[in-house]
Design a protein around this ligand. Sequence first.
Ligand code: ZN
Length: 210
Amino acid sequence: MRRLCSAFGIAVTLSGCMGGGYGTAVAYLPHVTPKISVTMPSNAPPISQQFMPLTRNGGPGHMGLDVAAATGTPVLAAAPGRVSSSRFEPVYGNRIVVEHGLDATGRKVQTLYFHLDSRAVAVGARVARGQQIGTLGETGLLSSFPHLHFEYHREESPGARVQAGDNWWQGMVQEDPNRNWVGGPGRVACYTGQRAARDKITYPVACARR
Ligand SMILES: [Zn+2]
């Protein structure tokens, strides 16, 4: 499946790919740079599609990670924060945005969770790292199989005055989530109760018990 996802490029990218088994991550598409070397915990559900920035000529990108797992698998807050959006819309289905406050340089950080089967938190709720905020699903027109589309956004510059919630695109930069794991770039970390800086993330889908 890993080879299929890369070989068919854009066409497959748009509809997604199922990914491999637990503990696996598909390769980045060949044209994507930089590629981050990714190591997965063996009990983590697979990354079925990697980050792909928009191309210079306006080609499609994939501005987050996909995690493939069974419908109903718990989706977890990747870091502590406050829910700024929790709603259904037709394209991404049930979606949640969590604001994590400021990073060390004073830039806002937020994470986004799309295609949820159910949402367990409302706007304004405070969430802890690892807290369940919903369940994984396939709601929305852009989902053809159960997966979480997960994005990591950071303010372009300190004090860009980005509005919370649904205006997330203004002044925010979509980063490859693999840059921001609590264990370091590419070192995917399941939530195990660890503490870390608010701009460092743990896996947004529940890992299997070992
Ligand atoms: Zn996706």
